[in-house]
Design a protein around this ligand. Structure first.
Ligand code: SF4
Ligand code: SF4
Length: 73
């Protein structure tokens, strides 16, 4: 059974370091051209393919930037 997840990004907490983009196994994250109030390019979830593994959450230096949800299949 495939795992399904969802990711909510708190744009204003993200500092655009890109660690989550590099660490995400299915590569479903990318940095956008959008700037938050601190002037950082923020990360965005493509909207599909997240497994809910949580790796992005654990590598992110900002505790409030990412929320990962593991969905019941
Ligand atoms: S929970 Fe896993 S699959 Fe989903 S965005 Fe984060 S690193 Fe990628
Ligand atoms: S690791 Fe955190 S701070 Fe860095 S780009 Fe991803 S969400 Fe933003």
């Amino acid at each position: 059974m495939a795992l399904h997840g969802n990711l909510i990004v708190s744009i204003e907490e993200c500092k655009g370091c890109g660690l989550c983009v590099e660490a995400c196994p299915p590569k479903v994250l990318h940095l956008t051209q959008q700037l938050n109030h601190c002037g950082y390019h923020t990360v965005e979830y493509t909207g599909q393919g997240c497994t809910g593994c949580g790796i992005c959450f654990y590598v992110c230096p900002e505790p409030g930037a990412l929320a990962v949800y593991r969905l019941a299949a």
